[in-house]
Each structure stands twice: as C-alpha cells, then as structure tokens.
Design a binder for this molecule. Structure first.
Ligand SMILES: [Mg+2]
Length: 179
C-alpha cells in the first residue's frame, strides 16, 4: 500500500494571523505615537515591549470569538490544498493553552480549509505526541519535542532561532516540498 507521508501543521501564526491581530489590538489599546509594525516587532515579544498590554492579551485570547475571525495567512490555503494531494495533512494546534478557543478554531478550519477532513484536526497540548514526518510550527519549543522533521514558520518572536529550516512564507513551504 502506498503510504503518504504526514505533515502536521500548526494554526496560530502559521495558518491564522494571530500575531498581527494582537499587534493591531495592542496599537489600539496603547495608542502610542509610533504604533508597532511587523518590522518594529521583529525579534521581540509583544508582552515585553508593551507590558501595559500584557494583561489584555489574555483577555483577548479568552474571548470565545477571538480565534473565529482571524485573517488567513497569505498563500496558506493554496499551498495546503496542493500539499493535501500528495501528503496526509493534520492540523496540530496547542488549543489546550486556550480552552475557550476550541469551537472558534474548529469553525475557522471548517470555513477556510473545507477540503481537510475533520478527523485530521488535532487539538492538543504537547506536540511530542504527534506522529508525523514533518511539523510546520512557529514555536521552536514544539519543534524541539517533535520526533520528525521540524520546519520553523517565521514569526517576529522566533527571529533568533537557527536550529530549523526557516519558512518565511507559504511560498517557501511550497518550494521546500515541491522543488
Ligand atoms: Mg503557532
């Protein structure tokens, strides 16, 4: 039997633009003269450079709607659809960190990635339980405990990480698997 290889894909900051949404909310909240941009946020964590907003982050994440309306990261739908034809795709999200997010995440996946089977959604905590050939994630900690090949999806907070191949965009992922 022809066994397809498995790719596990993280949601936040890989498929869903959680980081940019929080940055926008932070700019609204702090109302600073120089709002943060993706460039000024580079290499930093939001809660560290805008400590006044740190508490509000948790409030937003605990909002059951927060994850429902997140923008889809550019090219992720197109590239995941293409990968889906050649690999078994599993969506592995550490949803346990934010229990209020379950329903919103489920509906978000259903809406934006309708071609993925729901049995391939994996809401987990520690991704070391995931048995796949690849994991695409912005969190180096999850990649380190993962047993297969880890691919780091670029995010401002993982700027200094050099341990894993860095995917700067979904076009990079496409090149990685198809070239
Ligand atoms: Mg993530």
């Amino acid at each position: 039997m022809d066994m397809k290889k498995r790719i596990a894909i993280d949601m936040d900051e890989v498929m869903a633009d959680t980081g940019v949404r929080l940055m926008d909310l932070c700019n609204e909240f702090c109302n600073e003269e120089e709002p943060l941009t993706v460039t000024t946020l580079r290499g930093k964590r939001l809660a560290e450079i805008r400590p006044a907003f740190a508490e509000a982050i948790h409030t937003h994440l605990a909002d059951t709607q927060f994850f429902r309306d997140l923008p889809v990261i550019e090219d992720s739908q197109r590239v995941i659809r293409k990968l889906h034809r050649h690999y078994d795709i599993f969506i592995a999200t550490a949803a346990m960190e934010v229990p209020a997010s379950f329903t919103a995440k489920y509906e978000w996946l259903e809406e934006h990635f309708p071609f993925l089977a729901k049995k391939n959604y994996v809401f987990c905590g520690d991704k070391s339980i995931i048995r796949a050939d690849y994991l695409i994630d912005d969190n180096p900690r999850q990649l380190r405990s993962f047993q297969g090949e880890g691919l780091l999806y670029d995010a401002p907070h993982n700027d200094i990480e050099t341990e894993f191949p860095r995917m700067n965009s979904w076009e990079d992922v496409e090149r990685y698997f198809f070239e």
